[in-house]
Design a protein around this ligand. Sequence first.
Ligand code: NAD
Length: 377
Amino acid sequence: MSSVRHEGGEAFVAADAMQRLATATFEKAGCSTAEAERIATRLSGANLRGHDSHGVIRIPRYVQWIVEGKQLPDQTITLESENEVMAIVDGNFGFGQTVGEQAVDLGIKKAKNHGIAVVGLKNAGHLGRIGDWAERAAAAGLVSIHMVNVRGSLIVAPFGGIDRRGSTSPFCAGIPLPGETPIILDMATSTVAEGKALVALRGGKPLPEGSLVTGDGELTADPRPLYGDEEPGAYPDPNKGPGALTTFGLHKGSGLNFLMEMMAGALTGSGTAGALGEDTRRFCNGMLSIYMDPATFHADDYFAAEVKSYVEFVKSSRPTEAGGEVLVPGEKEQHMMAKRTKSGLPLSEETWGDIVEAARAVGHSEAEIEALLGAKP
Ligand code: NAD
């Protein structure tokens, strides 16, 4: 089977071919092979799980950020403060896929030694799909909670407001289940993640009504108020539009979005999304993570048994739609991964074109791109 298939206005790219192309693109853009592979695996992994917003659609933007010096290749976290059960680390504007992994591994190590740990990461490049970090902690047998903000990204309006005051600030938690797939709740606190608006703008899945507010205060599903008028040849910039994304769940989601700024922005020292009377702050992710070892909380397998039993209880609820299924957090992503491992990653032709163009822009020839894909793009 060819690794790229064009069907029904979409390109379907096999995950391994996409990883080869992405790795080669980031290597040429200035990353070490190890880092390029890390970024490529995580971005393709997001698409495999159905989170196209945090997947390979980001390749052109990440490459652009290297060129502009916004996100730096091959950085290492530095310790700002530390004791047995906590640390504050600086990501030094390195790729989130690298400095995020380092910060999470530090938290895992501390929690394995002491039963619990809190690690604050400041000044990280884009941390991508936050579920990656909860999955990493769950693979080590740990429960984890991750609270994230996006400093310098003013794209979300608070409940009842029009003007941008915050970011999409995700909340994520992971519950390990020995021998089974962990339970992963991973969600933006905006109605939709910015990348989902980008996917819709690029001809992909439409947004739910009320995902955005226009500059005049009207709720809408149209992604354009976020980006404004497209400039020919320029990549869509969510900072340029007159409107904003909305927070999810009315005032309650807005409250959770606010809390992410307190935890991931203020408490880590990374800084909140913005402040009155200041110019735009430098873009970064802040993340406050809490790691807990269930083995420290209960000597026997009480936790795992109780979790499994509750999952069954929840899933036994009668579905509202005939033939429907009640899902627990993370289950949708698992279903999607099984499907897309077979079908390939579906991308709008526009997104696929942008990705191939990014490979060309960093210096790959048509022949190299064909060889990486094992097919004509
Ligand atoms: P989403 O709305 O698709 O899913 C949110 C959660 O709901 C998931 O845990 C999912 O398993 C669960 N879910 C989905 N459908 C369900 C159903 N039918 N029944 C029960 N549970 C269901 O996710 P999102 O809010 O669009 O977030 C997308 C991604 O964006 C996340 O991976 C997030 O980490 C990422 N993100 C990252 C940043 C960043 O700055 N790095 C910012 C915002 C969002």
